[in-house]
Design a binder for this molecule. Structure first.
Ligand SMILES: [Zn+2]
Length: 239
């Protein structure tokens, strides 16, 4: 799939453009080392502005998220170590690059919350304290909600295109939900009954159930690195 996709619609913004690129549905740098080699990765045709915007978002998001997951899990193997390099001046290619990495590291440490500074609310489901550390030893980072929502929407659009060949048009809405176990039950039940599972190695698993009536309305469960779980729906937009 090295040749460019040529003119056509962008899967993200739906515009017709002359030149399109292949965009990775699951960011290429996010595949863990446990991914089988020679696995064909999910790619969709997109316009350059969308591709660039997602590229920046995913770089930042991937780094923050890799600090929030358990790096010992095989689903996340090697990711944290790789992402950490962006904050390590020793990997700088030259003086300027070393300075940039050093500054990123300083900024990250400033943003890190410790012990009692960590709020009790707004903790992303599944990403709370999992190591039974004392409160004073816990650390936390803020993940912009926009990052989680945008990535979820991207994966939903990507799977709908790859599996069904459809663009999710404006008369449908893709909605992300951040839910705890109780709220997830309705999604889990539907997926257990009608769902199909798609994956590209252990790092990314997408389960979805599609309504028979229109073949588009659906619910999605996206699991990244075996730990971050996102639920989304595609539903007809209210008039
Ligand atoms: Zn676009």
């Amino acid at each position: 799939m090295t040749r460019k996709p040529g003119p056509g619609r962008c899967v993200h913004c739906l515009k017709h453009v002359e030149k399109r690129n292949w965009d990775h549905v699951f960011p290429v740098g996010w595949y863990p080392d446990s991914t089988p080699q020679n696995l064909e990765k999910w790619k969709i045709p997109t316009c350059k502005p969308c591709n660039d915007e997602y590229g920046r978002l995913e770089e930042d998001f991937g780094q923050i998220l890799s600090f929030c997951v358990d790096p010992r899990r095989p689903e996340a193997q090697g990711v944290y170590k790789r992402m950490l390099r962006a904050y390590d001046p020793r990997y700088g290619k030259n003086h300027k690059d070393r300075k940039i990495r050093e500054a990123k590291r300083r900024k990250l440490l400033e943003k890190m919350m410790h012990g009692d500074d960590i709020p009790n609310q707004g903790i992303y489901p599944g990403l709370g304290e999992r190591w039974n550390r004392d409160r004073k030893d816990q650390v936390a980072l803020t993940i912009p909600k926009r990052y989680v929502d945008r990535l979820g929407i991207k994966i939903v659009r990507g799977i709908a295109f790859l599996e069904d060949g459809i663009f999710v048009e404006d008369d449908y809405e893709i909605e992300p939900y951040a839910v705890e176990a109780d709220g997830a039950k309705v999604f889990e039940d539907a997926i257990a009954q009608h769902g199909h599972s798609f994956s590209r190695g252990p790092g990314i698993v997408v389960d979805r159930a599609v309504a028979e009536e229109d073949g588009i309305s659906s619910i999605y469960k996206i699991t990244i690195w075996g730990q971050l779980i996102m639920y989304l729906s595609i539903l007809p937009r209210d008039e």
